[in-house]
Design a protein around this ligand. Sequence first.
Ligand SMILES: NC(=O)c1ccc[n+]([C@@H]2O[C@H](COP(=O)([O-])OP(=O)(O)OC[C@H]3O[C@@H](n4cnc5c(N)ncnc54)[C@H](O)[C@@H]3O)[C@@H](O)[C@H]2O)c1
Length: 425
Amino acid sequence: MESGPLRVIIVGGGHRSLTYAEYAQLNKDRMQIVGVAEPDESRRNMIAKRFSIPPEHCFRDALALSEAPKFADAVINGTMDHIHVETTLPLLEAGYDVLLEKPFAVNEREARLLADTAVRTGRKVMVCFVLRYAGFYRKIKEIMLSGAIGSVIDIHSAEYVSYHHMSTSYVRGKWNNSDRCHSTMLLAKCCHDIDIITWLMSETKPKFISSFGSCIQYRPENAPEGSGTYCLVDCPYVDTCVYSAKRLYLDHPDRWVVYVWDKLENIENPTDEDRRELLRTSPYGRCIYKSDNNIVDHQSVNILFENGATGSHSMIGGAATGTRKISVTGTKGMIYGDFEEGRLTVSIINPDPGCEKDDTEITVSEHENHGGGDLKLVEDFVAYCKGEKTSVSCTSIDGSLLSHLAVFLADESMEKGGIPLEIIT
Ligand SMILES: NC(=O)c1ccc[n+]([C@@H]2O[C@H](COP(=O)([O-])OP(=O)(O)OC[C@H]3O[C@@H](n4cnc5c(N)ncnc54)[C@H](O)[C@@H]3O)[C@@H](O)[C@H]2O)c1
């Protein structure tokens, strides 16, 4: 590969691609955005302007880009879940390396097809498992690799999806119905967590998986008596319901702006009335109990690893606060942490008189944790494409296939009443 910045094209100019593209603005010597493929004309024009992209390098979609002569090294594919594979295959054939959003595929057949195509074409694909790059999880990995807690016996993680996140992204949001978005709740939300468990346990592989889950909260029979269908149109509970769109989005106009106010992005300064009007018809203004959701609101997953160790993950939607928690228990000690607080406790067994264990508290700074993960992932992608040394977090497709297979089987197990299923790699 030539020296100089990695030349990258944005495919799907939505929220996520633009987050990753920030890396180019901050690191001009490492990455340059040189093209865009985006069906939405105003988004395409906005990106062309922001990155000074000439008209001949602006395309209406991924397919049109793949049919043009190659003019860059790689693409960032930030399209929606169900078209990740169909948009990526022709770009691999056209010779581009790809940074691809998670989930990289929505079923096993597509996942294997993409992984095989990457091998056949000799192209590099990295999956946006950004949590692996968050300081919190990197620290856990580092402690495990140091041998401080001994051999791992069990990993348990839990994701508490806050009531407002659950409402906005899932029950009435873009990932509320798997028949339309083709992702289940586990795939859309917790493929990150299953990936973290398999990545942390990289000395062994998951062998069996089972899962239970259902939706018990967001159902029509739980709607308060006399409730309406749209919070701001016909509901007497508009000022009292915890899921009232007025309380969630008008009283807090900055909450989940990228999703809720998406349709207003072409208006320079939307007024309160613009927002009210949108919520009268938008999915985000629907009664939470009468949406057309088919996803679970809680699910637990159990994993048996080849070496006998176990893993488990719980997704609990509608929690008062959103966070992730994890405990890793080894033969010499354990690590316990809360992601949102950015705090880890490492407890090492110590049977000395007056002791039981030695505790070390570790704080991971806010900067290293959240947004930091996104840009660290892009940094690693640039290194990967350039053939330089990558980090321990590297989310290459071969290292990401296993956790996707685990998620697909967990959902199948849940559908079949929780029976254990074998993961065939
Ligand atoms: N890694 C993470 O932590 C994380 C977090 C949130 C979302 N995501 C994932 O990021 C992805 C994108 O989410 P988003 O909210 O940015 O979506 P978005 O809807 O804002 O952006 C997707 C863009 O793709 C464009 N598009 C559609 N068809 C296309 C085609 N054929 N060729 C090129 N562009 C096309 C759309 O017009 C849209 O602008 C999703 O898969 C989502 O699951 C990942």
